[in-house]
Design a protein around this ligand. Sequence first.
Ligand code: 8DG
Ligand code: MG
Ligand code: MG
Length: 148
Amino acid sequence: IASLLPAPRVAVVVFLLKDRSILLGRRRSSSVGDATFALPGGNLEFGESFEECAAREVKEETGLDLGQNYKIEYLTVTNNVFLDQPKKCHYVTIFMRVVLDPQDEQLVLNLEPEKCDGWDWFHWENLPQPLFWPLEKMLKGGFDPFLP
Ligand code: 8DG
Ligand code: MG
Ligand code: MG
């Protein structure tokens, strides 16, 4: 019954773009999307703006410091209900974008190895499989994070 199910939560995830590539990591999760390739991101915390949450999760998970110079843009939102996963959950997922300077030499680190096998840049025309379902669904629907 509905009262035994968790309330929907808000997640903020980030398309980090560098040249024509995006940053993805293979999830390690006992709850949702295990072994699928996903964007950095996580749960919106009390009082945060979407931009603050995006910068915090990117820093916590990859070490990349978006600092004051990068623009963190809102792209879109999707509604994701996970019923066939070890933990049933419902996320309203906010997708943000940051276009990195191709000259930015910061290294990407796997700072949460218990949650991710490692981060890599993948060319937009050659994304890995399987993608985390919310991402797969968007891209199949024609969504392009590189469009202005
Ligand atoms: P936190 O404790 O750091 O707040 O959470 P997290 O451990 O980083 O959470 P997460 O699972 O990485 O992200 C929260 C939820 O966001 C995830 O369970 C489902 C939803 N989500 C999507 N698409 C994506 C995506 O591409 N990447 C990530 N990381 N989460 C996504 O709907
Ligand atoms: Mg996180
Ligand atoms: Mg995360």
